[in-house]
Write a protein that binds this ligand. Structure first.
Ligand code: NAP
Length: 273
């Protein structure tokens, strides 16, 4: 049986096994999918051992996406663009690296949430690995503008400069936003489910009429960012569960050559929705 896994530290909380096992059942694929915990200094050894034992593919989560990128001898264009890999496929004698995070988010926004991105103004909070991974696919949707706001401002400026040839992207401080309104505001920071919203860093009223607040973090209760957004007239909110399932589906396509249906898996993981 072909073996797949999600590698991370920590990884016990991951929903990826549930998602991929559901995809495999629904598409009749004969495969297993497991958790693969790796010590912080043991990503390479753990991934290579998994391959030596017959492993065919890995999803890569925090904090190993950059190490996965460095390990992959062959990479997709979107992995090169993101400079990080969240998906690895074993090919003969080496790892092929891909990045499905950005395309997964775009599919959740446009297909599941029916969001139009072309001609829209988009605000991205954060300038870390996740922001880098979503910028290329986001700019490919032809928004009118993408603004990056980050706690460490030079990091946002550097990221915007490296994507300048892909479309209209700029880094700003929240003070510079000066009353601008956005149709879509994406939280790509790692403040997470228990963190405090950095009120001083984020614009006071960023949402245009009908605006969508999207948090890359997911939880069964509204996240701090989504609570903050609701208090600031965001008309629609969504967390990152849809992105998680869609990026997993893209990995599944790469590994198995079959596209699974994602909506039944969303319904399974969030029955109250
Ligand atoms: P990362 O590379 O460590 O970047 C973290 C970002 O958050 C940086 O921009 C950092 O700002 C900012 N930040 C951290 N703490 C902050 C605070 N207290 N106040 C303001 N900004 C803060 O992390 P990442 O890989 O980009 O991941 C970001 C999030 O996306 C994580 O929660 C991850 O789980 C999530 N994610 C979800 C999916 C999904 O499928 N749903 C996929 C990928 C990632 P500085 O530059 O100033 O440090």
């Amino acid at each position: 049986m072909d073996r797949y896994a999600v590698i991370g530290h920590p990884v016990a909380h991951s929903k990826s096994p549930l998602i991929h096992q559901a995809f495999a059942r629904a598409t009749g694929q004969h495969m297993s999918y497991e958790l693969l915990p790796a010590p912080l200094d043991g990503f390479l050894a753990t991934a290579q051992r998994f391959a030596a034992e017959g492993g065919r593919g890995l999803n890569v989560t925090v904090p190993f996406k950059l190490e996965a990128y460095a390990m992959a001898k062959e990479r997709s264009a979107r992995a090169e663009e993101a400079q990080a890999c969240n998906t690895l496929a074993w090919r003969d004698d080496h790892w092929y690296g891909d990045n499905t995070d950005g395309v997964g988010l775009m599919r959740d926004l446009t297909h599941n949430l029916h969001e139009t991105l072309a001609g829209r103004d988009v605000l991205v909070l954060g300038a870390g690995g996740a922001a880098r991974g979503i910028l290329g696919p986001l700019l490919a949707k032809m928004p009118r503008s993408v603004v990056l706001v980050n706690r460490t401002e030079p990091r946002a400026a550097e990221l915007a400069a490296s994507f300048a040839e892909h479309g209209p992207v700029a880094a700003m401080s929240s003070a510079q936003l000066n009353g601008r309104r956005f149709h879509v505001v994406i939280n790509a920071t790692s403040i997470g489910i228990n963190g405090d919203v950095p009120e001083n860093l984020w614009p006071e009223h960023p949402f245009a009429v009908g605006g969508l607040a999207y948090d890359l973090v997911y939880a069964d209760v509204p996240t701090p960012f989504l609570r903050w957004a609701s208090q600031r007239s965001a008309e629609r909110t969504a967390d990152g569960l849809g992105m998680l399932i869609e990026q997993a589906a893209e990995s599944f396509v790469l590994w198995r050559g079959v596209r699974p249906e994602t909506s039944p898996v969303f319904a399974m993981l969030r029955p109250q929705a």
